[in-house]
Design a protein around this ligand. Sequence first.
Ligand code: HEC
Length: 152
Amino acid sequence: MDNKQYIRILKQVVVILKAAIFSLILLLVLVMDMGYNLLKKEFNNDRTVAAERVEAPEIVNGVHVRTGLVEGEGLDLVIQNCTTCHSSKLITQNRMTKTGWQSTIQWMQETQNLWDLGDQEAPIINYLAANYAPQKKGRRARLENIEWYEME
Ligand code: HEC
């Protein structure tokens, strides 16, 4: 093998090597891009889930999630005026008549610095009396129209 032949083979080897390295780099870039896209998709999924949580209506099964208050007319007013000083549990755990709620509010105004509710007082009391009224308790209703059967 003379020098010329040797150099030609060497050149061919270099060309093949260059092609191999180029392919490898290309492959690497492709794989990295794929990984990046996968990551991006994952990230966007997380963001969508988070966004759904934020935008989700705060009422679930008729209950305002953050406060536990029952959905109803006047709920917003009650959230605004009645959950800043104490937990809404004080409301949800209580049952009162309209007068009862009225005097509780009056008591808070006289002794606990509750502000004058103005014309919001009526809808607030209506909400409370409608949704947190005393539960009718006592004996169950009489059974009626029963078909008794003969004992043997
Ligand atoms: C300015 C503060 C403040 C605001 C606003 C406020 N409360 Fe109160 N409330 C209090 C305090 C203080 C107590 C006594 C808490 C305790 O006993 O731990 C209380 C107690 C209560 C109780 C329990 C009463 C009892 O007899 O034990 C209820 C029910 C209640 N609040 C309902 C409401 C409602 C309904 C509203 C909205 C109209 C409201 N609160 C707004 C300060 C406030």
